[in-house]
Design a protein around this ligand. Structure first.
Ligand SMILES: NC(=O)c1ccc[n+]([C@@H]2O[C@H](COP(=O)([O-])OP(=O)(O)OC[C@H]3O[C@@H](n4cnc5c(N)ncnc54)[C@H](O)[C@@H]3O)[C@@H](O)[C@H]2O)c1
Ligand SMILES: O=C(O)[C@H](O)COP(=O)(O)O
Length: 481
C-alpha cells in the first residue's frame, strides 16, 4: 500500500491526510453547531471539478483537487447574514443580492455558479436550470420548494435543500394577529384614524373566544396555529389529505366542505401543488358561512382572487387576510399595483376589512436567522461531503466521515438513473480498490451512491472518475479527495 501523505497532492499548503480528515469529521458531525472557523485553505478536498455538468461530459484534464475557494455561490433575495457567514467562512466565493432576478439575468448569472441560494420568489424552472452547467446544489432558504423544478433538478444531478419548519411559528403567530385584527376590523379603524377619522363602532366586531377556526393543511404551520388558537378559547377543526392526530382538542374533519360549512375563520396552509391551485374558488366560498373570514398564508395560487373579491363586495365574507399572491413583485417598492401585477391587485386594495401583507409570514429575525444556518449547513455538507440528509429531491444518503487511519482515501459520489445493473458495474470499477463503506438509495428515477474507498493512488483517480463517467446510467460523478 502506498504511503499516505507522500502520494496525495498538497493543496493550499495542506496534505490530503490528517488535516482534511479531521475537518471532514468536524463538518459532518456537527449539524447543530457546525464549526466552520477553519481557515479556507484547510479544506477537506472534495474533487468535483469538471464533474458538475450533466449535459456535457467534462474532460478529465479538468480534474484537480477541490479547494473551497473555487466554489462559486450566488445568493438571491436577501438570504440572512447567518447563512452568508457560514458559506463565506468555508472560503467559497459568495455573491449575495438583495432581490430576485428576472429570468434573462438569472440565466446569465446561473451559468457560472456551483451553488445557488434562493427564497420563494426566484423561479428555477427547467428553462433556467438547463443553463446551469456547473450547478450541483440549490438551497431554498424558505419552506416552499414549488418555485424549483425539483424533478428536472434531480434528473440532472442537482440536489435541493430547504428549511422545513424554521419559520412555522412566525407564520402561526401572524395568523393569530390577523384573526383578531379581522374580527375587530382593526385595519380599517387604524386606516381611518391615520386619515383623521374617528369611527367608534361595535357592529360586526367580535371576540374570537368560542369561534371556530378551520385550518386547511395541518402540517408544521397549521398544527402550531392550532395550539395557539385553542389557547385563546377557539374551537379548532382541520382538514388534511392525510389522517393526522389533532393537538389539544382539535378535531379532523373528513372533507373540505365540512370545514368550510362549520368555520368562522378559515386559514390555508397547504403547499402549492396541481391539486391545491384554486382550492378555494367561488364554489368553496359559497360553502362558507355568511360573515366568515378567509386567511391565506400558503401560496397565491391557492385562492381564486376574483371570486374572493366578489364575495367580499357582496358581504358573503366579512373580511380576508392575504400574505401571498398569484404573482409577486421581485423587490421592495411601489409595485403592488394592477399595472405591475394584474387587475386583481387594485381590486383587492379597494375592499374593506382586507389585510394585505407582502409575503412576510416567515419574515422575522428569529426565523430568517435559523433558516440561514440550517440551509447553509446543508449546502456545506453537500458540497464538501456529498451528504444528502434532508434533501427534498434526492434519496437521503450519508456516510460517517473519513478517519485519519484511512490514507489514500477517496469518496465517490455517483448519481445515476435508477435502472437495473448499475451497482454491479459501479462495484466492478470500485472493486480494484478497498471499499471501506458504501451506501446507495433511490428516489423515483434517480439513485445516489456514495462510497469511501481506500488504497487509491492519486494517479488512479482520473481513470476511476472516467470509468464511472463512461457508464450509460451516469447523471453526475463526483470524486472527493
Ligand atoms: N407566507 C409565508 O411566508 C409562508 C411561510 C411558510 C410556509 N408557507 C407556505 O405554507 C405551506 C405550508 O407550510 P407547512 O410548513 O405547514 O407545510 P407542511 O408540508 O408541513 O404541511 C402542509 C400540509 O398540507 C397538507 N396538504 C397537502 N395537500 C393538501 C390538500 N389538497 N388539502 C388539504 N391538505 C393538504 C399536507 O398533508 C400537510 O399536512 C408551504 O408549502 C408554503 O408554501 C408560507
Ligand atoms: O416558503 C416559505 O418559507 C415562505 O413562503 C416564505 O418565503 P420567503 O422566504 O420568500 O419569505
Amino acid at each position: 500500500m502506498p504511503s499516505a501523505a507522500r502520494d496525495i497532492p498538497i493543496v493550499n499548503g495542506h496534505s490530503n491526510g490528517r488535516d482534511e480528515a479531521s475537518l471532514a469529521r468536524t463538518v459532518s458531525n456537527s449539524f447543530g453547531t457546525l464549526d466552520l472557523s477553519t481557515s479556507p485553505s484547510a479544506t477537506f478536498h472534495t474533487q468535483h471539478s469538471g464533474s458538475y455538468g450533466s449535459a456535457q461530459k467534462p474532460s478529465t484534464k479538468q480534474l484537480k483537487p477541490f479547494a473551497t475557494q473555487d466554489v462559486k455561490v450566488l445568493l438571491l433575495e436577501n438570504v440572512n447574514k447567518t447563512g452568508q457567514d457560514i458559506l463565506r467562512k468555508q472560503g467559497y466565493q459568495v455573491e449575495a443580492l438583495k432581490t430576485s432576478l428576472p429570468e434573462d439575468q438569472l440565466i446569465d448569472k446561473i451559468r457560472d455558479v456551483h451553488v445557488i441560494g434562493i427564497r420563494s420568489k426566484t423561479q428555477l424552472s427547467a428553462n433556467v436550470l438547463k443553463h446551469a452547467k456547473n450547478l450541483i446544489v440549490i438551497g431554498c432558504f424558505c419552506i416552499g420548494t414549488n418555485q424549483v423544478d425539483l424533478q428536472y433538478a434531480a434528473q440532472n444531478g442537482i440536489c435541493v435543500f430547504n428549511s422545513p419548519f424554521s419559520n412555522s411559528r412566525s407564520v402561526a403567530e401572524l395568523m393569530i394577529g390577523e384573526i383578531i385584527t379581522l374580527a375587530r376590523q382593526l385595519g380599517d379603524r387604524s386606516n381611518e384614524m391615520h386619515q383623521g377619522v374617528w369611527n367608534k363602532v361595535s357592529a360586526g366586531c367580535w371576540e374570537v373566544r368560542g369561534k371556530t377556526l378551520g385550518i386547511v393543511g395541518y402540517g408544521h404551520v397549521g398544527s402550531q396555529l392550532s395550539v395557539l388558537a385553542e389557547a385563546m378559547g377557539m374551537k379548532v377543526i382541520y382538514y388534511d389529505v392525510v389522517n393526522l392526530m389533532g393537538l389539544g382538542t382539535a378535531t379532523q374533519v373528513h372533507t373540505l366542505e365540512q370545514l368550510l360549512q362549520q368555520a368562522d375563520f378559515v386559514t390555508l396552509h397547504v403547499p402549492e401543488l396541481p391539486e391545491t391551485i384554486n382550492l378555494i374558488s367561488a364554489k368553496e366560498i359559497e360553502q362558507m358561512k355568511r360573515g366568515a373570514y378567509l386567511l391565506n398564508a400558503s401560496r397565491g395560487s391557492v385562492v381564486d382572487i376574483p371570486a374572493l373579491v366578489s364575495a367580499l363586495q357582496s358581504g358573503k365574507l366579512a373580511g380576508a387576510a392575504l400574505d401571498v399572491y398569484p404573482n409577486e413583485p421581485g423587490s421592495n417598492g411601489p409595485t403592488f399595483t394592477s399595472s405591475k401585477l394584474g387587475s386583481w391587485a387594485d381590486d383587492l386594495r379597494g375592499v374593506n376589512n382586507v389585510l394585505l401583507t407582502p409575503h412576510i409570514g416567515g419574515s422575522t429575525e428569529e426565523a430568517q436567522s435559523a433558516i440561514g444556518v440550517e440551509v447553509a449547513e446543508s449546502l456545506v455538507n453537500y458540497v464538501n461531503l456529498g451528504t444528502t440528509s434532508a434533501a427534498v429531491n434526492m434519496p437521503e444518503v450519508t456516510l460517517r466521515s473519513l478517519t485519519m487511519d484511512e490514507p489514500n482515501h477517496v469518496r465517490v459520489i455517483y448519481i445515476h438513473r435508477n435502472v437495473p445493473g448499475v451497482l454491479r458495474k459501479v462495484n466492478e470499477i470500485l472493486g480494484d480498490h478497498n471499499v471501506d463503506k458504501q451506501m446507495t438509495d433511490s428516489r423515483g428515477e434517480v439513485a445516489y451512491l456514495m462510497a469511501d474507498i481506500s488504497n487509491v493512488n492519486v494517479s488512479e483517480i482520473k481513470d476511476l472518475y472516467q470509468h464511472l463517467e463512461d457508464l450509460g446510467s451516469r447523471i453526475r460523478t463526483r470524486v472527493l479527495y
